[in-house]
Design a protein around this ligand. Structure first.
Ligand SMILES: [Cu+2]
Length: 221
């Protein structure tokens, strides 16, 4: 009697738990701890070599806003091929430009309420400046694959960051296949570190990156 009742319950448990474990497979979550930096936020964390699934950019929306003499966000990662708009939501005119090899451009001076856009067709870093306000600085990270994230104010991240991608109109990014990956970081004031992460066939994996101040390396070799 007892035995016949045990079997269905075990099966039910397996049926209930299997999708949970499966849904978390192929996701790397982690925390970044920094030495010598006020906050562990806005650090790009990414997989150097990873699958490059086709990304549907038809609904993608990315913007680098200008408000109160500041670029928002400070770090904007986008998949290669993405278009970014540069709306001026400030009270004064700005002149956004880049001298970076990844994408050099100069949008010229434009008034509040106006916007311009640029297509980012080559992977790499783009340093943004404003011709009028020397203190304005932000970074666009043009990424080879969708397996990247920017840390939150507590240094946390998840790869792939489906919430981030979906909030910018990109859906259908597959989980990471099981395997060994190299996770790297990029921040203007931190040394680039790399760590090997083994993504198992099932279940999530978590890592901790301990970073310190220094000169960063290149995004891609
Ligand atoms: Cu400006």
């Amino acid at each position: 009697m007892k035995r016949t009742r045990m079997i269905p319950w075990t099966s039910l448990l397996l049926i209930l738990l299997w999708p949970v474990a499966h849904a978390l497979a192929g996701t790397i979550s982690g925390t970044v701890k920094v030495n010598g930096l006020r906050s562990p936020e806005n650090i790009l964390v990414y997989l150097d070599k990873a699958p490059q699934p086709a990304i549907d950019l038809s609904g993608a929306r990315f913007a680098m806003d200008q408000q109160n003499l500041t670029f928002i966000p400070q770090v904007l990662p986008v998949p290669v091929g993405a278009t970014i708009s540069f709306p001026n939501n400030d009270k004064v005119a700005h002149n956004v430009f880049s001298l970076s090899r990844t994408k050099a451009f100069n949008l010229g001076s434009y008034e509040p309420g106006k916007s311009k856009s640029v297509v980012f067709d080559k992977p790499g870093i783009v340093e943004l400046r404003c011709d009028v306000h020397a203190e304005m600085l932000a970074y666009i990270m043009v990424m080879k694959n969708p397996y990247f994230a920017v840390t939150d104010e507590q240094g946390r991240f998840t790869i792939p960051d489906t919430r981030y991608l979906e909030s910018h109109g990109i859906t259908g990014i597959p989980e990471l296949p099981a395997g060994r990956y190299t996770i790297k970081n990029r921040h203007a004031k931190l040394k680039t570190d790399s760590q090997t992460v083994e993504v198992p066939a099932t279940g999530p994996v978590s890592v901790q990156l301990n970073l310190s101040r220094g000169t960063p390396g290149v995004l891609y070799k």
